[in-house]
Design a protein around this ligand. Structure first.
Ligand code: ZN
Length: 224
């Protein structure tokens, strides 16, 4: 749908003082900001592909975002699903320059390997990026994270360090990608580090045990 048509269609159902922007959002798929004289609504460009049903969901969501009922939750779930399904193809966004490693090559190697095993999973929606270079030395360090709504794998810039062996970097990537596969295969799961998850991880990561061992033995590296 053309952007203008989309905006017009949605505005039809909203109060006259609603302002609609189509833009990429970092933290949500649709955001609603109530201002003094207007309501600012930002919608991800992915929703330009909406059909009428999705448009109704968007409108319902905007109008009822303060409620906490079952219907709103179901609407949100459908919108999140739509967003996941229509994300652009696999992207590698490296917002930190890396010195030693071509991480996008690592990522591609992994995807090529596991695509054969999990033929029904669409890996094109996965996004990879370096995370922020936060130093949290008081708690245990997280090397990677996975965002389910954005299909986004973030890895810690610390891994761009030659003291960290390649197999360990691969294992961090495998771990986060295993979360993606796990959610694809068990969409209703409520627990993320459960048996099904570890079955997938052990199935895809040939260095699972080796990496665990390496991490234990090299704790001092991370907390210098
Ligand atoms: Zn995890």
């Amino acid at each position: 749908m053309e952007k203008d048509d989309f905006v017009t269609k949605i505005k039809e159902f909203l109060p006259y003082n609603s302002v609609i922007n189509i833009k990429k959002l970092k933290k949500s798929i649709i955001s609603i900001e109530k201002r003094l004289f207007s309501t600012l609504i930002n919608i991800n460009p992915v929703f330009l592909k909406s059909d009428l049903n999705v448009i109704y969901d968007i409108i319902y969501f905007i109008k009822n975002s303060d409620k906490k009922d079952k219907k709103l939750k179901e609407t949100k779930d459908r919108l999140a699903n739509f967003y996941q399904k229509h994300q652009p193809t696999r992207q590698i966004r490296l917002n930190h320059s890396f010195k030693h490693r071509n991480i996008s090559l690592f990522f591609d190697n992994i995807i090529k390997n596991i695509e054969k095993t999990y033929k029904n999973v669409d890996f094109s929606r996965l996004v990879l990026t370096w995370g922020r270079n936060t130093k949290n030395r008081t708690r245990s360090m997280r090397f990677g994270s996975f965002s389910r709504t954005k299909n986004l794998v973030r890895i810690h810039p610390f891994l761009d360090n030659l003291k960290v062996p390649d197999f360990f970097v691969y294992s961090v990537l495998y771990h986060e990608i295993a979360h993606f596969i796990h959610y694809e295969l068990y969409p209703r799961t409520s627990s993320y580090h459960n048996k099904e998850f570890y079955d997938i991880l052990k199935n895809i990561d040939p260095d699972f045990h080796r990496s665990l061992k390496w991490e234990k033995e090299n704790k001092s590296l991370f907390f210098q």
